[in-house]
Design a binder for this molecule. Structure first.
Ligand code: GAL
Length: 646
């Protein structure tokens, strides 16, 4: 596997337009002192680059790029389309997004455009073309950064142009209105449509929206944002070919199905902002890194944004403790990142993000944050000489993550409210506690390379997706299926005859069970299994055709019924075990699969992962810790990072 870059990338978003020119030289001096390799330039520069329609001012950016180049700093050149200028909103108010109640949003923050606005698209295209023409071949630029966090504030707009685009998208998807009526099940509640022209966005409604209508709106939203990316990417490829192109993703982001997006990015980049006060934040963070790597098919990726300390958008914005940011950064490197960038380089003095930390804080260079930034830069530069750079992160366990199941489980009318990412993360956390590395996979992916495949709450799946899971067990690998899997097809129609893909499905056969009835527990209610362990959230009536019952419900609505079953290497888990029960189950499954855990017993607050010939052991707690990892005792300081030979 080759690295993304010849050395680790280090740096951040650089917004020189917020500062007088005399500061720019100081920026380059400080960047060099901090071993910064990379500045992401121009992300929010549209109003400065095009102060009036069609009138471009590149002089200042020419000078910025020249200074960076002279200082040896490489540039991720942004396309500046993330926040259109005031003149676009004033002259073309139809570009402003409209919410589901018909309220048009105003100018004065950012991302105030409807993704489907043709006028926005036309002006954004012109800007991208102008930037590409101006800077193609510029020696400082090594990659293009399209827009910024597409959809982070606005995924959908309910304006007429968006509705027209939705109708066109539906027509492409379904071909005929009859097919839409079938897929959406519009015989229910008298929802039949006579033509595509009758279909609207699922705006504010008296009661539950048609589920497939809502799902298609989500699919359409993801597709519209991807179209924006592709529009810019294709201009860059045409005008300034030769450099890799990316846009910064946001991990477990509900607005876009990143499996659809990933193949279109030359490399995957991601933004992450863990809460420094949450002792479990490292779990979600590790999962986000593993998702990011998995989106790129295991290739190295770039951490495009993180904060060196506090953010400014939580109710309480704690700073990162000394060393904590280093731990977060190595969490990314260990899980496949070939670069660590930040939002942002110099802390803003004005504007909405002036209280957001930066690599050069308000206090200047003689501050803890800047000192830590310098130390991290030096450490990464040194790591470039090792085989960590560019190396793969091997994983023998896969967890299926499916945006459409997330979208369906988040709908209004559901068996019970299930937080899909949280359910997935329960399984992930149990593996993390044992130091077992996980890849995330798409439903229907080729799982041939994995010894364990886990599908929690994969509520929406095609028969082919479910057949693929059954095939995992058929070849003798461990298959673990969680409750609420295989309930609906991709039109959101129920599988009849025992769920799990329906009567006689390969998955029912592989598991040796079917599901007759759901019996969710009340919020906060617990129940007990016959082995004395605790479960929450879910029970159901499981019919066993050919499986061993590993555990039964001893209390709750389905007392006496099977809770965990096993048929050969296929496990079915009809409830939400508490973490101790999950740990025990994972232990059994690891043994059955012959997968070694790095920690001999579950560990919280410390993670370990192997990349290249380095084993990283990272302490995410403020206390010094000693842990046994792969047979060695490892002493870790507060937020300490150990690098061992794997
Ligand atoms: C990101 C965004 C950055 C900055 C950052 C603050 O979502 O891309 O521009 O606003 O959040 O945490």
């Amino acid at each position: 596997m080759t690295g993304l870059f010849p050395e680790f990338r280090y740096g951040g978003d650089y917004n020189p337009e917020q500062w007088p020119e005399e500061v720019w030289d100081d920026d380059v001096r400080l960047m060099r002192g901090a071993a910064v390799t990379t500045a992401t330039v121009g992300v929010f520069s549209w109003a400065r680059l095009e102060p009036r329609p069609g009138e471009f001012d590149f002089g200042w950016l020419d000078r910025v790029l020249a200074k960076l180049d002279a200082g040896g700093i490489r540039v991720m050149m942004a396309t500046a389309t993330a926040s259109p200028p005031a003149w676009l909103a004033v002259r073309y108010p139809e570009t402003l997004p409209v919410d589901e109640r018909g309220v048009r949003l105003g100018f004065g923050s950012r991302q105030q455009y409807s993704p489907n606005s043709s006028v926005y698209r036309e002006h954004a295209s012109r800007l991208v073309r102008a930037i590409a023409e101006r800077y193609r071949g510029h020696p400082a630029i090594e990659a293009w950064h399209v827009n910024n966090e597409l959809g982070c504030h606005v995924v959908h707009s309910y304006d007429p142009e968006s509705v027209a685009a939705f109708r066109a998208w539906l027509e492409t998807r379904y071909g005929t209105i009859d097919e839409l009526n079938r897929a959406w099940g519009t015989a229910f509640w008298s929802q039949r449509y006579d033509s595509f022209a009758e279909v609207d966005a699922p705006r504010a409604m008296p009661s539950f929206t048609n589920p497939t209508h809502s799902l298609d709106w989500r699919r359409f939203g993801s597709w519209s944002l991807l179209e924006l990316y592709l529009m810019e990417r294709d201009i860059l490829r045409e005008v300034a070919p030769g450099l890799p192109i990316t846009t910064n993703l946001m991990g477990f982001f509900p607005g876009a199905d990143y499996w659809e997006w990933a193949p279109e990015l030359d490399f995957i980049s991601d933004d992450a902002y863990p809460d420094p006060t949450d002792p479990d934040a490292y779990v979600t963070l590790a999962a986000q890194r593993d998702l990011t790597r998995s989106l790129g098919g295991g290739r190295p990726w770039l951490l495009m944004e993180q904060s060196p300390s506090a953010v400014n958008w939580r109710d309480r914005n704690a700073r990162k403790q000394p060393g904590q940011h280093r731990a977060h950064s190595f969490n990314a490197v260990a899980r496949g990142a070939d670069g660590i960038l930040h939002f942002q380089w110099r802390q803003a003095a004005a504007g909405a993000e002036k209280f957001h930390a930066a690599m050069v804080p308000h206090g200047g260079e003689h501050t803890r944050i800047h000192r830590e930034a310098r130390e991290l830069g030096a450490e990464l530069a040194e790591l470039s000489a090792t085989d960590v750079l560019g190396a793969a992160v091997p994983a023998r366990v896969a967890i299926v993550f499916d945006w459409e199941s997330w979208w369906a489980l988040a709908q209004q009318a559901v068996p019970t409210r299930i937080d899909y990412p949280a359910v997935v993360l329960e399984w992930y956390a149990a593996l993390l506690r044992r130091g077992v590395t996980v890849d995330f996979t798409r439903a229907g992916a080729d799982h041939a390379g994995y010894d364990i495949v886990i599908a929690p709450a994969l509520q929406v799946a095609s028969r082919a997706d479910l057949d693929g899971l059954a095939a995992v067990a058929d070849r003798g690998a461990q298959l673990v299926v969680g409750y609420q899997t295989g309930i609906l097809d991709r039109d959101l129609h129920a599988y009849l005859g025992g769920y799990l893909g329906g009567e006689g499905s390969a998955l029912q056969h592989a598991l040796g069970v079917s599901v007759e009835e759901f019996a969710p527990l009340a919020a906060g209610q617990t129940a007990v299994l016959d082995d004395g362990t605790t479960v929450t959230d879910w029970q159901e009536v499981v019919q066993v055709a050919d499986a061993e019952v590993v555990a039964r419900f001893a209390t709750g609505p389905v007392t006496g019924g099977p809770a965990i079953t096993r048929h050969g290497s296929a496990w079915y888990v009809a409830t939400q075990p508490d973490s101790a029960r999950l740990d025990a189950l994972i232990d059994q499954i690891l043994v059955a699969a012959g997968v070694d855990a790095s920690f001999p017993a579950p560990v919280s607050g410390v993670e370990t992962v192997v990349r290249g010939s380095t084993r990283f052991v990272i302490n995410h707690s403020p206390d010094a810790r000693t842990v046994e990892v792969a047979g060695q005792q490892v002493d870790l300081d507060s937020f300490g990072v150990a690098r061992l030979t794997a």
